[in-house]
Design a protein around this ligand. Structure first.
Ligand SMILES: *[C@@H]1O[C@H](CO)[C@@H](O)[C@H](O)[C@H]1NC(C)=O
Length: 591
C-alpha cells in the first residue's frame, strides 16, 4: 500500500512539523531529566542513561547508585487487629511457629549431632524478622513514653492490657533471636538508646596478625588524609591483641582499643574471624559508623562517605566486589528465593541473578547509619550468629561479605550501593617482580624507576617460567580499588604491595587504575585486562602523592617491627611524575 502518495502534501508537511515538535520536546525533556548539564554520560547495564556528575553538581542518586527499594505492598505494618489475633488459638500457633527452636529434633541420623538447623531455618527467620520489625516500630511509642518517665525498666513488666499480648510476643521474639543483646540489656530498645548522640566514627577489628596493616591504616587516617573521626579498635580477648599493640594504637588521639568479650556475651556467639565485624558495629557507641578492614587505605578523608547521596537517602554506603567466577558457588538466585518471600528491586540487578559473578559486595568498608538501620543491624548480626554463620551464611557466601545486604532484604530496610564495581589500582603491565625467584638486580632496577623488560624467570622447583610472555601492557595489576559515586578512586584494599600473600613482594607504584566494567579479571595475578584500548586510567598526580605517603607510612611501620625481611626488600619505589599511565592509552610508555 502506498499511503504516502494518497496524502496531500500540506498534510504531510503538517505531520512532519508535528514529528519535529515531538522530537524537540523529547530532547528537551531528555536533557532536563537525564543529562544534568553534563555531557559525560554512559548507558548503564539497566539500559538507562547514566550521568557522571561533576564535583559539587546536583546529581540523581538513581544514576550514581543502586538503591534497593521495596514495594510498599510487601511491607506489613503491625495493626490492632494483629494484637487482637494474638489472643486467639490461631494467633498463638503463629507465635509458637515463629519462636520455636530453630534446631532439628534429634533423630536416628543426627542423634549424636546437636544444633543442626532446620532446613527452612532462614525462611522462618525472614518471617520472624519481618514480624519483629513491624512489632518493634509499633511498640516504640510505648517504650519512648516509659523512657521519658524514667520507667523503661517496666517495659515487659506491666504493659497496658490493650497491648499486653503484643509486648509479650515482642519479648518472645527477642529472646528467640537476640539473646546476646538481652544478656546486657532488658530490651533491644535499651541498646538502641545507647546510640543516642553517639556521633560519627570508625570501627576496626584487629588481631595481632593484622596489627601491622592496621598500624599503617591508622597512620594514614591521622597523618596522610588527616581524618579526625574517632576510632574504636575491637579485638577478641586478652591474647588477640598484645598490650604493646594496644598501646601503639592508643597513643593516637581519639583511638581506643576495646576487648569485645568484655562488652558482649561471647559464650553465645563465640567470635572468631569475620563474625566480629557486625557485632563490633552493634556494640559501638557511634551512631553513624564506617566499618573498615585493617588493610583498607583511603585516598580522601573517609568523612566524605557521610556526604554520599545514597547514604543521605537511605543510610548505607555499600561497595561492590570484583566480577569473578560466574556460575560458581551454586545458584544464588534459587538460594535467595528459598528464604525471601519477597525482595526489593535490587537482587534482580545483581550479578548473582544474572549469572555474571559469584561475588556481590565488598565489606572492606561498610557505612551504616545505626539510627536508621538498628533493626537491619540486628538482622545482619543474626545471620553472623554462631549456628547461622557456620551452617548457612559462610557456607553459601564468602564470610560476612554478603550478609549486610542479604539481612536488609530479610528485614526489608532500604540500602544503597555505589554503582561502580571493584576495580584495580597499581601499575600498567604485569611484570612487576614479586615472586621470590626473581633476581635481586631486576628488583633493584625496578626500584630505581626503570621499565622492566621481559624476563620470565625460571622457578627452580618446577623448572618452568613463572610468568606468561610479555609485559602485557593491556592490563593494570595491583590492589583492589573502590570508587566514589563520581567513579573516582576513593580507597583500596589488600595492602600496599604487589601481593600481600607473597613474602618480599615489593611496593606498588600507584600510577594507573581500571574499572571492573572496562575489562576482565585475571584473578590469579590480580590484574584487570582491558576490553578495549583506552580503558587504563592514570591516577591523578595529587592521589599518586597520597598513595606515595601511604607507602611511606607502611615502610615506617615495617621498620618498627625490626624484621630483616621487611628492611631488605621493601625499599620505596621512586615517585616520578612522568611515570603515569599517559592518559589512559594502555600504552607501552607506561609503568
Ligand atoms: C595533612 O596534614 C599535613 C600536616 O599538617 C599536611 O602536610 C598534609 O598536606 C595534609 N594532607 C591533606 C591530604 O590535606
Amino acid at each position: 500500500m502506498q499511503i504516502g502518495s494518497a496524502i496531500p502534501s500540506s498534510l504531510r508537511r503538517a505531520q512532519a512539523l508535528r514529528i519535529i515538535a515531538i522530537l524537540a520536546v523529547f530532547f528537551v525533556l531528555a536533557s532536563v531529566s537525564r543529562y544534568h548539564g553534563s555531557f559525560d554520560f554512559s548507558i548503564d547495564e539497566d539500559g538507562q542513561v547514566q550521568s557522571v556528575p561533576h564535583e559539587g553538581a546536583e546529581h540523581d542518586i538513581y544514576y550514581t547508585h543502586h538503591i534497593a527499594t521495596f514495594d510498599p505492598k510487601d511491607i506489613k505494618p503491625w495493626t490492632k487487629g494483629d494484637t487482637a489475633a494474638l489472643r486467639t488459638p490461631e494467633g498463638q500457633r503463629v507465635v509458637q511457629y515463629l519462636t520455636e527452636s530453630p534446631f532439628q529434633p534429634p533423630s536416628a541420623e543426627n542423634e549424636n549431632k546437636n544444633w543442626i538447623l532446620k532446613d527452612n531455618h532462614f525462611l522462618t527467620l525472614t518471617k520472624r524478622l519481618r514480624v519483629f520489625r513491624a512489632l518493634w516500630h509499633a511498640m516504640k511509642a510505648y517504650y519512648d513514653q516509659l523512657s521519658q518517665e524514667g520507667q523503661q525498666d517496666q517495659f515487659y513488666n506491666a504493659p497496658p492490657s490493650e497491648i499486653a499480648p503484643a509486648i509479650e510476643f515482642l519479648q518472645k521474639l527477642e529472646q528467640a533471636t537476640f539473646p546476646w543483646v538481652l544478656s546486657r540489656h532488658k530490651t533491644t530498645f535499651d541498646l538502641f538508646q545507647t546510640y543516642k548522640d553517639g556521633g560519627r566514627g570508625i570501627v576496626m577489628c584487629v588481631g595481632n596478625y593484622h596489627a601491622k596493616f592496621a598500624r599503617t591504616a591508622i597512620k594514614v587516617l591521622r597523618e596522610v588524609v588527616n581524618s579526625t573521626l574517632p576510632v574504636e579498635i575491637y579485638y577478641t580477648g586478652h591474647y588477640d591483641l598484645t598490650p604493646e599493640n594496644r598501646a601503639w594504637f592508643e597513643k593516637y588521639e581519639n583511638v581506643r582499643t576495646i576487648d569485645i568479650t568484655t562488652v558482649i556475651d561471647n559464650e553465645l556467639i563465640r567470635l572468631g574471624g569475620w563474625a566480629i565485624k557486625p557485632f563490633a558495629l552493634l556494640i559501638s557507641k557511634f551512631s553513624e559508623v564506617i566499618l573498615m578492614d585493617s588493610d583498607a587505605y583511603f585516598l580522601e578523608p573517609p568523612e566524605v562517605l557521610f556526604e554520599d547521596g545514597g547514604y543521605k537517602e537511605v543510610g548505607t554506603v555499600f561497595f561492590y566486589d570484583r566480577t569473578l567466577f560466574p556460575g560458581a558457588g551454586g545458584d544464588k538466585k534459587v538460594w535467595m528465593e528459598s528464604f525471601l518471600p519477597s525482595m526489593s528491586n535490587h537482587p534482580s540487578k545483581t550479578r548473582w541473578f544474572n549469572r555474571q559473578g559469584d561475588h556481590e559486595m565488598e565489606s572492606g568498608v561498610v557505612v551504616l547509619d545505626k539510627t536508621r538501620h538498628f533493626l537491619g543491624l540486628l538482622a545482619i548480626c543474626k545471620i553472623n550468629d554462631l549456628h547461622e554463620r557456620d551452617q548457612v551464611t559462610y557456607r553459601k557466601t564468602w564470610g560476612d561479605k554478603e550478609s549486610f545486604w542479604i539481612a536488609l532484604e530479610m528485614i526489608q530496610e532500604r540500602y544503597s550501593f555505589i554503582r561502580y564495581r571493584g576495580g584495580v589500582i597499581g601499575n600498567v603491565g604485569d611484570a612487576i617482580p614479586y615472586k621470590k625467584v626473581l633476581p635481586q638486580e631486576e628488583i633493584d632496577r625496578y626500584l630505581q624507576g626503570e621499565s622492566l623488560t621481559v624476563t620470565n624467570p625460571i622457578d627452580p622447583q618446577t623448572n618452568q617460567q613463572t610468568r606468561r610472555d610479555g609485559v602485557n601492557m593491556d592490563r593494570v595489576c595491583g590492589n583492589q580499588l573502590h570508587f566514589n559515586y563520581r567513579g573516582q578512586p576513593l580507597w583500596w584494599n589488600s595492602g600496599v604491595v604487589r601481593d600481600k600473600f607473597t613474602s618480599k613482594s615489593p611496593y606498588l607504584k600507584y600510577t594507573a587504575y581500571m574499572k571492573d566494567e572496562d575489562g576482565a579479571w585475571d584473578f590469579g595475578d590480580s590484574c584487570i585486562v582491558q576490553k578495549n584500548p583506552g580503558a587504563i586510567m592514570e591516577v591523578e598526580w595529587s592521589q599518586r602523592q597520597i598513595a606515595f605517603k601511604v607507602i611511606q607510612a607502611d615502610r615506617e611501620v615495617a621498620l618498627e617491627y625490626n624484621q630483616p625481611d621487611f628492611k631488605e626488600i621493601l625499599e620505596i619505589p621512586k615517585l616520578i611524575k612522568s611515570e603515569g599511565a599517559k592518559g589512559g592509552n594502555g600504552n607501552s610508555e607506561a609503568v
